[in-house]
Design a protein around this ligand. Sequence first.
Ligand code: NAD
Ligand code: MG
Length: 391
Amino acid sequence: MQNITLLGSTGSIGESTLNILSQHPDRYRVYALTAYRSVDLLFQQCVRFEPDIAVMLDEQAAEQLKDKLKISGISTEVLSGELALQQVAQEKKVDYVVAAIVGAAGLLPTLAAARAGKHILLANKEALVMSGHLFMSEVETYGATLLPVDSEHNAIWQCLPIGSKQQYHFDGKGIRRIILTASGGPFRDYDLSQLESVTPEQAIAHPNWSMGQKISVDSATMMNKGLEVIEAHWLFGLANEQIDVVLHRQSVIHSMVDYVDGSVLAQMGNPDMRTPIANALAWPERISSGVKPLDLIGVGRLDFDKACHDRFPCLALAYQALQAGGTSTAILNAANEVAVEAFLANRIKFTGIAKIIDNALSAITASDGLNLEQVLEDDMKAREFAMSLIN
Ligand code: NAD
Ligand code: MG
């Protein structure tokens, strides 16, 4: 029986993970669930999974949850605050930590899990984007095991010659490059001139995947693919030039590895996050996930197109930040988080997102990013700068 801490249990990845855990009660037990402040949903999850601990970041929300659980006679202990997130991520009893908090808020608890040598199911790509060098070296130092949940990285993981858990660096293993697939999001067929006036409602209506708001906007700008390029660089130890992106509108091939002998291995499946989550949970075994079998005749065809940087300037900015190195990618990520929030609040245009990030990358001098203080400082500088542009 594996004990699990699920960071961000009320989100899209959190709910998909609980769906799988509920199918395999003989294998997994929930130790802790955490959320920002959605009391009702976390309460329902506590009733269903009876974790030892529930954490709400928000103190008031934690008090409300405590009252509701007491009335229902559920013995789950309720904690609040950022330190409690780290505490449940590093708890001795815990085997697997699912890192599914959205954004920079996921960094410290995920890092705590790494430093406690856990098996980490990594959905929170922002942690690697902010501090890839530091994060990977902590994983190695403390013997943690990183299992990619992001569907593209999980696909690549499945197509790689994995010899042992600790093997993340594939240089010299005959890999020419990896190819990340991207659906292109809801605006892939729009005229460029239409992008000025698209709304948040249109941006979060993803054609193939159902996801949280922030990652849905990131998919529309294709910053999501940019963040994934950076994530792949750190996860697999590949050079920037070895990471390509191709538009693939059906989202059936989740990514590919191109080997020097001309073999290209692809992982396919329906676009449902329960597949990569189940794969990472059970690795190196396989468990059922509840995902429907792939109907190839129904899919009919697989299309591939160039991911054009004119349409998706955020993708170009991500490559640029990766090339610049150090905390450039933390600056990119922080400016993006602030810009996406402003777009969702109707404070800036969709096309303003890339402009804010571009300006932040030019205005803020990056540091080498080898320690956490630098990363957090440059993250803060980028947030303040982006806010000042918006205001
Ligand atoms: P979501 O918005 O649906 O859920 C986010 C979760 O994080 C919620 O439980 C929320 O309560 C919690 N949270 C938010 N802010 C917090 C804070 N400041 N402190 C503590 N907890 C906080 O997001 P999601 O779509 O589930 O995505 C989660 C992560 O997984 C993101 O990093 C995303 O990029 C990544 N990811 C998601 C998908 C997907 O299909 N949804 C696919 C690949 C990767
Ligand atoms: Mg992805």
